[in-house]
Write a new protein. Structure first.
Length: 93
């Protein structure tokens, strides 16, 4: 889900993750991230672990200025996101 960055949230577009057992299920993620950066919106995801299970990927998106919020942890800050991404990456291994 992509929302505008204002006091009132407006749904701009909805991207759906295609469930699969491989990386092809993430084909909409790059589109959603690019769209969020392009319009200065915020990508709303259900769980932080669903965004990426790779610390480098998550850190790169944050450095690129991609705004996102995870519904399962709306108060996560920069440090928390890094730690949780590291945990998710370790669980994937």
């Amino acid at each position: 889900m992509l929302v505008s960055n204002s006091h009132e949230c407006e749904l701009i577009y909805e991207y759906t993750k295609i469930e699969s057992g491989n990386r092809n299920g993430h084909q909409n993620l790059p589109k959603a991230l690019t769209h969020a950066r392009k319009i200065g919106g915020t990508l709303v995801i259900a769980k932080l672990a669903r965004l990426a299970r790779n610390v480098a990927f998550t850190a790169t998106e944050m450095e690129r200025g991609t705004n996102f919020v995870a519904v399962d942890n709306t108060s996560a800050n920069f440090l928390t996101i890094h730690v949780l991404a590291a945990v998710a990456e370790d669980e994937t291994r």
